[in-house]
Design a protein around this ligand. Sequence first.
Ligand code: SER
Length: 325
Amino acid sequence: MSKSDMTKILVTGACGQIGSELTLALRRRYGNDNVVAAGHKTQPSKALRESGPFEFIDVTRRETIEEVVDKYDVDTIYHLAAILSAIGEQKPQLAWNVNMNGLYNVLEVARERGMVRVFCPSSIAAFGPETPRDNTPQETVLRPRTMYGVTKVAGELLGNYYFSRFGLDVRGVRYPGIISSETLPGGGTTDYAVEIFYEAIKHKRYTCFVREDTVLPMMYMPDCIKAAIDLMEADLSRLKHHADFNLAAMSFSAGELAAEIKKHIPEFTCEYEPDFRQEIADSWPRSIDDSAAREEWGWEPDYDLAAMTADMLDKLGKRYAEGGI
Ligand code: SER
């Protein structure tokens, strides 16, 4: 398939951690007017508002999706609106409603209109304590213990079902924790790997909510965006998987991340006070086997721990100097 197959794109969750940057990347690639950003309640950033169309959508109310899809003649949806793992444990009913009914509504709107393609991310949260934790295979035990994880497994299955049953081209990856410098993540378990950078720059110290030896798979935002676009542009005939690709870039412990930051900010100190999110982190893999993504659509990450840390500190350092954080 080619770039021109996707003419009108809708991004739900466009004000979120991934959406805010992915929307701008999609606009650069496909044209500003061809990418409609949709948020729920959060006001869009200036960059988002001024670079192309913006609408409000509540994904749990199907008619709000339909209105925007019909207004812009949308043929491709990047569906990023979701409740993350930590908030999901505090508000499991909300997580089910937004993540499951929201996805169902998006898929139904896409099916009814014969859309070209839907991207719906899954997560390492689809795995659980019985899953092999190192080099977690593509095909493995999916028995998550969080509501977020339950909705991610069900979402993968639903996406694959819509492909085989209705021919709707649904694609998705199991994202690791995403680290980024533009928009903070909203209520996930891997948020410490982002917060630590802001606190290191602003206060030279951080109290981390997971133990020092907690290892999780992580990914830097440029790779996160590359994965979404590359998978969506991949030739369908090469894909054996659809909504459930394992995806990896780097794995490190909280202590290793703190040590890497200390190389740039020698006075930085980190303390560890685990809270309820430790148990969630302990139920997820330490590292991921992403060979299916590599074979089927040529996935390859660009950033490791050292390169990501240097870039994060550079970007946030500049914003801090300008009073932007
Ligand atoms: N980053 C997410 C979370 O922590 C995982 O997908 O909830």
